[in-house]
Design a protein. Structure first.
Length: 311
């Protein structure tokens, strides 16, 4: 158990239970599976495809469901994971309901939206909610709904008050736009795709599958001219593409590495980039587009987690 070095998930006679570091049984071996949710809380499979939540030293919480139990979390560009304290998503009968482990009760039920996998800088208090009667957000802290008036089919987590939303028009075509939390239109519903915001910017595609980026004020940083884009890093640099070539731009839309490379890969949390020149040669650039070194090797290993220094 990663949350407690003295507690272990164990198997006996093909059944799961919990033991301590002395081998004493903390939870009987009577479950089909056990997975950790939060410290002292576990998702347990009672029988095939029937799940509940177990608290160590206590009892099963009253929340048996027929599908997965998932912690509510967010992740950022560096793949760091942040969990909303003791809240889980319980999926059953086509809805994704929010359950409070500490209070042993549902906070909201009947949500057809999957409220999980948030991205950087999302507001953890607001959960997208879509049902037959409500389209909007549920505020976990204030225990109330923030309703929006139009009929949406998809809602992203708000970023600094901006909500990326999709709806169907009269021709049954899905179009994306952006509203603020007061329901005012920041970007009209006419775009083929808008991603979630990440590090301050959202990817936007038009009908020709050309991309640009939208900032938090609803302003495009460039014309729609890229056929390939990645998310911005925390250093406000990203990889873009045109005609199967790759380069780098900054958040002002300025090209800092010419779009002329067959391949370009970021590493070291977006501080460094490399391109393969040929089978035995690699160029390494920093996030300013400056060439740092040329590696002559046939088998390089670019580690995402180790900071590299070049003299």
């Amino acid at each position: 158990d990663a949350s407690d070095e003295n507690r272990f998930i164990a198997i006996k006679d093909k059944k799961y239970g919990l033991i301590d570091d002395k081998g004493e049984v903390l939870v009987p071996f009577e479950y089909e599976s056990i997975n950790i949710l939060y410290p002292e809380f576990y998702s347990v499979e009672i029988k095939s495809k029937s799940f509940s939540i177990l608290k160590v030293g206590d009892r099963l919480l009253n929340c048996g469901v027929s599908n997965l139990i998932i912690p509510l979390f967010t992740n950022d560009y560096t793949n760091s994971i942040y969990y909303y304290p003791y809240v889980a998503i319980l999926s059953t009968s086509g809805t994704y309901d929010v359950f409070s482990l500490k209070e042993n009760k549902y906070l909201i039920k009947g949500n057809r939206y999957i409220p999980m996998n948030q991205t950087a800088n999302s507001n953890l208090d607001l959960i997208p909610f879509i049902s037959d009667s409500i389209n909007g957000y549920y505020n976990i802290v204030e225990n109330k709904f923030l309703k929006l008036s139009r009929n949406y089919i998809y809602m992203e987590y708000p970023y600094r008050g901006n909500c990326v939303i999709a709806e169907k028009n009269n021709e049954d075509k899905i179009l994306y736009g952006v509203l603020n939390l007061q329901g005012q239109e920041i970007l009209p519903f006419k775009y083929k795709y808008i991603s979630n915001y990440c590090n301050g910017y959202a990817k936007v595609a038009n009908d020709n599958n050309n991309y640009t980026f939208l900032d938090q004020d609803g302003i495009f940083i460039s014309p729609f001219k890229y056929d390939y884009v990645q998310y911005f890093s925390k250093l406000e640099v990203t990889i873009v593409g045109q005609a199967n070539k790759r380069g780098l731009i900054n958040s002002n839309g300025e090209i800092i590495l010419p779009i002329e490379y067959d391949n370009l890969v970021s590493f070291n949390n977006g501080e460094l980039y490399y391109t393969r020149v040929n089978d035995a040669s690699y160029k390494v650039f920093n996030y300013k587009g400056e060439l740092l070194t040329i590696l002559t090797t046939t088998d390089p290993l670019f580690n995402l987690n180790v900071k590299l220094l070049f003299k």
